[in-house]
Design a protein around this ligand. Structure first.
Ligand code: PGA
Length: 299
């Protein structure tokens, strides 16, 4: 293997994470051709093919995937070194990378923005994606901290609950059942539902709830974001089930209402998750504490 550089490893890591040269280029402030060239040079130095093209999209080859375990370790140690040096110098600088599930983004962005006002020298990255993609990121130990619903068992993760996450049934503001109390579950399930995409944690929790109560929820329309669901429900496509944390403004402005249905809300929690044994940088610890303090005030 010819000489490879830390920068090339960083580029490979970012390309692998986003499966896109263009997105990786934007994240690490390079041009897309420069990223492609560095990837090509890395492949030549190693003498193996790391990525495969499928039209416009790319994926890692089997060798690329195998290599990722090593490159993740290298980048993790590098970030630990960076943060240790900062700590020794007594200065607060560095990077903080947080990944949040789509639903958690509703409060994560606000909390991160308040945190960044207090820590202006910290370079923040927030990746908002659904549960299944977050689990892939955790497998490679990529983000410093993850904010998600229930973490899966058996993935060697450390998690702590920091806030409740009630899932509620939403309807257009003028829905005839709006004022009714304790509506039987079977009655609302006669209506069509607008549901989240496969891979969503919210969808998984709803499925589990319906199974527990031995009922079925008919999906009339599938959408990949809470925003889209809210608009579809308001437009009369059907009912929806979303986290209460995503509809604060819509309830205030009377755009949507929640229905008081038996067995609801589904009680879930938000978790702060990392891979077991992950080095927690000075900044990541500060953000963890900030989040815990902020969310205690919210609940
Ligand atoms: P999601 O998030 O439905 O946006 O994937 C919820 C969760 O983390 O469980």
């Amino acid at each position: 293997m010819h000489r490879i550089t830390l920068r090339q490893i960083q580029i490979f890591e970012t390309v692998a994470r986003y499966e896109s040269h263009t997105k990786a280029a934007a994240i690490i402030h390079m041009t897309q051709p420069a990223v492609s060239m560095q990837m090509k040079q890395l492949e030549e130095s190693m003498g193996i093919k790391l990525i495969e093209r499928h039209g416009k999209s790319i994926t890692l080859t089997r060798e690329g995937q195998a290599l990722r375990k090593y490159t993740s370790n290298i980048m993790q140690s590098y970030r630990a070194l960076e943060s240790y040096v900062d700590k020794l110098k007594g200065c607060e600088r560095g990077n903080l990378s947080v990944s949040a599930t789509t639903t958690a983004n509703h409060f994560t962005s606000r909390i991160l923005s308040e945190f960044s006002r207090l820590h202006s020298n910290v370079n923040l990255t927030l990746d908002v994606t659904n549960r299944i993609t977050i689990l892939k990121q955790l497998e490679y130990n990529e983000p410093d901290l993850v904010i998600m619903g229930e973490p899966p068992e058996g993935l060697n993760l450390e998690s702590e609950i920091f806030m409740n996450n009630p899932l509620v049934i939403i309807a257009p503001a003028n829905h005839p059942l709006k004022k009714q109390k304790n509506i039987p579950l079977e009655q609302v399930l006669k209506e069509k539902f607008v549901s989240r995409e496969a891979g969503s944690g919210t969808r998984k929790a709803i499925k589990k709830h319906m199974k527990k109560h031995q009922v079925k929820c008919e999906s009339g329309l599938e959408m990949s974001s809470n925003e889209a669901i809210k608009h579809a429900v308001a437009a009369g496509f059907g009912l929806g089930i979303v986290s209460l944390h995503t509809i604060e403004l819509e309830l205030k402005s009377n755009y949507l209402c929640t229905l008081d249905v038996e067995t609801f809300p589904i009680l879930r929690h938000w978790h702060l998750v990392t891979r077991k044994g992950k080095h927690m940088s000075h900044i990541a610890s500060a953000f963890r504490q900030f989040l815990l303090d902020e969310c205690t005030n919210l609940t």
